[in-house]
Design a binder for this molecule. Sequence first.
Ligand code: ARG
Length: 467
Amino acid sequence: MSQATNQSWGGRFSEPTDAFVERFTASVSFDQRLAAQDIRGSMAHATMLARVGVLTDDEREAIVTGLSEIRDEIERGEFQWSVPLEDVHMNIEARLTDKIGITGKKLHTGRSRNDQVATDIRLFMRDAIDAIEVELIRLREGMVALADREADTIMPGFTHLQTAQPVTFGHHLLAWQEMLARDHERLLDCRKRVNVMPLGAAALAGTTYPIDRHVTAELLGFNRPAENSLDAVSDRDFAIEFVSFASILLMHMSRMSEELVLWTSAQFDFIDLPDRFCTGSSIMPQKKNPDVPELVRGKTGRVYGHLMGLLTLMKSQPLAYNKDNQEDKEPLFDAVDTVGDCLKAFADMVPAIEPKKVNMFEAARKGFSTATDLADYLVRKGVAFRDAHEIVGESVAYGLKEEKDLSEMSLDELRQFSQVIESDVFEVLTLEGSVAARNHIGGTAPDQVRAAAQRAREALAVLKDQA
Ligand code: ARG
């Protein structure tokens, strides 16, 4: 057999694998991305085997040195990946034996590719989660800073995408920030279940060698060894949990994106996005398109697809490992890349959003956004809320006919609808008065927005310390 042929099961077989089947079953084209984690896991495994006396110290030394040279070869792009060697694990092991001879063949003592690959993916996901957390924190910090800056900026708040009540732009941004805070919790919660070590489960039942799984877990920074060997090799919950975190995060980011796209349109004209986040049209010279939020909105779909793909992959799988599980990697890698890119794009872009304050204010002035304030005013003067609602409804109908906002009506005009209205009504009919009056925790009053931004900053500082 040639060096490039997979010999790991050769003994039992009387004919070589069909050439197409070899390509069909190989995963090296995509799982080579796990090389660094695979080498880390193998070094820890060899070290543990030496500690318990299964390998000699010299054997361990040769294996670790060989593996670190292989890591360098891979980093320099010199490593020859071979499809007949099927996957990242056997490619690296074959190269190790090539370099250090028979000792290389001892590395696989007391383990299987089943616990090996499950360990590699978990190490990979831990690194990916930590990198994603850095970008998520950067985005949240930028959003909170912008919210603080825009605590006094008035815009219309919407329900049914119809003007409802005035809010502050800072308050709107902090609503986004709350979504991200929950996503952050989900990410850290997922990390806890990622950080459990399958190694030692071997093929499915454990191994007859006197391994010490606590040593390996500690060397690799895992919280603990997985409790049950059958579960350890077959569990991919952590992958589904990560992609479900990613789906919910991108669902949130698609909502933000949708609003950014609307706000940059000529019809809303609430914000400007710097040119560096936009593109032009090859045919319409006037166009400036909000491509970044549009693309984030679009990429949400492919991550939802990966979630469905992984759930379906695991559906009805009998214990323990099945070759199906090889299909977990591509959706997982793509979800990691997509989330990382979307977060980076947003973390760069959000602090550069330029609100067009006059347009926002004018939009809030249209659409009778202080109608609820007038009703609340009437209630304070002793009118029952339902009656107040009716009175304000009539005032709005009048305003529509006369093309006047409530705040533009004279006292006499307003008193046509209720005699309890006095000149102090104008304090509540202004947009500033309206937002300032919602002065409780969670409300849109500028002082509350500043206080909420401060709390968010403190919570982020704690998370950053722990990261
Ligand atoms: N390439 C395989 C995977 O990604 C590694 C485990 C293979 N195990 C096996 N028994 N064929 O799942």
